[in-house]
Structures are given as structure tokens and as C-alpha cells.
Design a protein around this ligand. Sequence first.
Ligand code: HMG
Ligand code: MG
Length: 306
Amino acid sequence: MNLPSKVKLVDVGPRDGLQNEKSPVPAAVKIELVQRLQDAGLTEIEVTSFVSPKWVPQMADNAEVMAGIARKPGVRYSVLTPNLQGLQAAMAAPRELWPDEIVVFGAASEAFSQRNINCSIAESIERFAPVVAAARAAGIYVRGAMSCTVGCPYEGEIAPERVAYLAGLMKGIGVQHIGVADTIGVGTPRKVQRAMEAALQHYDLNDVSGHFHDTYGQALANTLICLQMGVWQFDTSVAGLGGCPYAKGATGNVATEDVVYLLHGMGIETGIDLDKLIDAGQFISEFLGRKPNSRAATALLNKRAN
Ligand code: HMG
Ligand code: MG
């Protein structure tokens, strides 16, 4: 098996995890969550998104959160920017408060592109192009997220050719890294493998990542097949928080705790302290008034209690 010896996890909990919460989560709580994640050893954290507050009210405090985090050397902080307005808002602050990385997010499905960002796939690429150019000119790294790479809530199954098509468009406008997202968690390993292979037609193995929501309980299996392909970067969400406001019923990303347990159990390094990570997950879960949505966290918390 061609397994990587090290894996980088990007915790998307503060953004993907919280964006769908109905009650406002105070900026101070988001800031503490970021702090706890970096203390646990995460080296990349998706902090917030610079999107329309009318579309996603929970992320309206984006600038306050970016200004409030205490940056740790060696940690990269990323934010979502769907258009130039979003990038300009992220860069309106003094340089030390800029994100290290921005994410433009498109979809392999036309219907999801319309619902999520109010434009077609072709229009989204036109919007992203100046964002990518401006970010790169400012020394900000650019990641692209591709939603609905195996299934769409509106269109059903998505063919790998459509993933390859979008990845090619993203490559064409200078997006440096591409994430293959199973937005609604319907993927199973062979399908996810085909979506990942489609992305790899345009991107190097070092420039792709997996982003798996766990709606159908398949995210760990999907992560494992990608590891077997040599993929070593994944987005995960502490305590399994989250869901997308434009993908009704879809649950959060696979829990960071579960992926760390899987990786450490396989002898793959992450640099993450699972105990501290579980504490971070408990912190935010307690604030939200629910239990962490992570099997590994639940098991280890039970063990601690005994
Ligand atoms: P639009 O309505 O087409 O944009 O929305 P517009 O340019 O016509 O502007 C309309 C209004 O929005 C104006 O305000 C703008 O100022 C404002 P008004 O004049 O009406 O008061 N506006 C903005 N405000 C703040 N920041 C901005 C911004 N842009 C415009 N950047 C837009 C287009 C993309 C903005 C909108 O559709 C939007 O915000 N969508 C949010 C989508 C979103 O955040 N989805 C969740 C994240 S993606 C995700 O979760 C998937 C991922 O995890 C991978 C996966 O799992 O698949 C990444
Ligand atoms: Mg997502």
C-alpha cells in the first residue's frame, strides 16, 4: 500500500462547522476555538468566510474573528472569498491580519453553483479569475474547493468528467491547490476515487485534498481510499461540526478526532495531540449544547470518565 507517512489536516470547523448554526456564535467563542485548535497542533485552520452576511449571517463577524486570533508561527489561516468584494474585505485590514490563504469555491454541478453562489459554473470562473490574480499578486496562496464532486442535492449523481472539467478551469485561472468535496456525504470509496482521479488529471498529488462530509457514514472509508492513492491532505471538522446552508440535510465534515485516531492508529503522523483536540471539540460542543459528533471523541471521553 502506498500510504503517506505524514498527513496534513485542515480544520474547517470554525468555518464549515459553524456557518450553518442558527444562533449566532460570539466572535470570542470562534476565536477561542481557533486558539484551541492551534494549541492541539493543527497547522492549518479555515477561520471564516467573507461572503454575503445576508446569505450566511453566522460569518458576518469575519473581520472581528480574523483580528482577534492570536497567530501562531507555522500555522496557516484560510478564509473563503467567493468574489473580489470578499477578497477586498479580507484585505481591508492591516497586512498582519490578512489570511495566508484564500479559498474560491465552485461546484461540479450547475444547480448547486446557482444555489450556493448565485451564478453558473462558467460565471463563477469569471468571478474567481480576478480574485485569484489579486490574491497571488499579494502573496496569498489560493486554494479552490469543488463542491458536489460525487453527488448533488439537486442533480443527483455527478460524473467524474464534470469534476475534471471544473478542475481544469480552476487550473486555468491559477488556483494552486484543489479540494475534492463530497458536500452531501453520499460518496462511497470507488466513486470518491474516480472524483479524485479526475482532479489529478490537472493537479499534482501534492496539490489536492479531500473534503468529506459524513452524512452517510462513509467519510472515513473515503479518506482511507484517498490515503491509498497517496493523497495526504484532508479537510476535517473538530467534533464533526457543520453542514452547508445550501445542502439541506447534509451533516458536518468527518470529525477531525476520528481521522486523527485513524491516522495515528495506522502509524501516520499528523502533529496533532488527540487529547487536546478532544478538549477543543468538547469546548465548542458544550457551547452549542450538544455532544461531539465524533465516535473517537465519545469513546475516549467515556474512557476518561471511568
Ligand atoms: P450575489 O447576490 O449574486 O452577489 O451573491 P452580488 O454581487 O449581486 O451582490 C449582492 C449583495 O451581496 C450586495 O449587497 C453586495 O454588497 C453583497 P446589497 O447591495 O444587496 O446590500 N455581497 C457581499 N457582501 C459581503 N461579502 C461579499 C459579498 N459579495 C456580495 N463577499 C455571493 C453572490 C457569492 C456573494 C453569495 O451567493 C454568497 O455570499 N453566497 C454564500 C455561499 C456560502 O458561503 N456557502 C457556504 C460556503 S461553501 C461550502 O460550504 C462548501 C465547501 O465546504 C465545500 C463542500 O463541502 O462542498 C467549501
Ligand atoms: Mg463543506
